[in-house]
Write a protein that binds this ligand. Structure first.
Ligand code: GLP
Length: 256
């Protein structure tokens, strides 16, 4: 097991505000989209939901509208979705992605992939297998964006997810459901299950950027970056990736 010293300090970048951090990541994404286009290639993005990437998506939309950034060569795979979850429901990640990004840029609808929260449980395994195949058929994910849950989850890979886990049906941790309870008007309304890309699926991405903003993330960010690699905190697996960046604001970095 790698020791805490294995967390290379250069992979952690701290900004004085979430807005500055988001602009930096948006610029990286724009550069990647453009360099892939120049090379005649598709840019495959792995996308996250939650409050953390909202200002990043707003910046990408601004770049599309004001600076001509085109998503014509972009294909996306979202990390996760609640199950059950109709796409039109307020808490749906399909709805989230359309409201914050897809409806405002020139991405082809057929290039958008999000786990299907409408499936009956007995069809989920087959769906997950196909999701993995689709990612592979696109040549893999060029850049995977991540937030982090207070349990240390990435996507919905809760504690004790294995390093080689793939896209699958999972049961949500009570802390995660508690954190979602406000947006669902009560924990009893938060789904118990979700479909998520696995840790292994995420680790296969060519580059990973994990973002964490705000005081509430400071304890889990410190445990992730300073503790050992341990499946009890799935985000610690990211430290084994050869091309990962942790992008923090000063509040999330305050316990480092
Ligand atoms: C949810 C998502 C995660 C996200 C996490 C943190 O659990 N499934 O992908 O990283 O929330 O959300 P937030 O950015 O709102 O703190």
């Amino acid at each position: 097991m790698p020791s805490p010293a294995d967390c290379r300090i250069e992979i952690v970048q701290t900004f004085d505000s979430a807005a500055r951090a988001s602009r930096k990541v948006a610029n990286q994404i724009a550069e990647l989209i453009q360099s892939q286009r120049s090379a005649g290639r598709t840019c495959v993005l792995g996308l996250a939901t939650g409050s953390t990437p909202i200002s990043l998506y707003a910046e990408l939309v601004r770049m599309h509208k004001k600076e001509g950034l085109s998503f014509g060569n972009v294909t996306t795979f979202n990390l996760d979705e609640y199950l059950p979850m109709p796409p039109a429901q307020r808490q749906s990640y399909v709805r989230f992605m359309h409201e914050h990004l897809f409806d405002h840029v020139d991405i082809a609808p057929t290039n958008i992939h999000i786990p299907d929260g409408t499936l009956p449980v007995d069809q989920v395994e087959e769906f997950c297998r196909k999701y993995e195949c689709l990612i592979e058929a696109e040549g893999g994910i060029d850049l995977q964006l991540l937030g982090i849950g207070r349990t240390g989850h990435i996507g919905f890979n809760e504690p004790d997810s294995s390093q080689d886990s793939r896209t699958r049906l999972v049961t949500l941790d009570p802390i995660t459901r508690g954190d979602a309870s406000t947006s669902f008007d009560g924990i009893e309304n938060v789904p118990v299950q979700a479909i998520t890309m696995g840790v292994g699926t995420i680790m296969d991405a060519k580059k990973i950027i994990m973002m964490a903003f705000g005081n509430s993330k400071a304890p889990i960010v410190a445990r992730t970056l300073e503790g050992p690699v341990d499946s009890a905190i799935p985000a610690t697996f990211l430290k084994l990736h050869p091309n990962v960046e942790f992008v923090l604001d000063s509040a999330a970095a305050s316990k480092l």
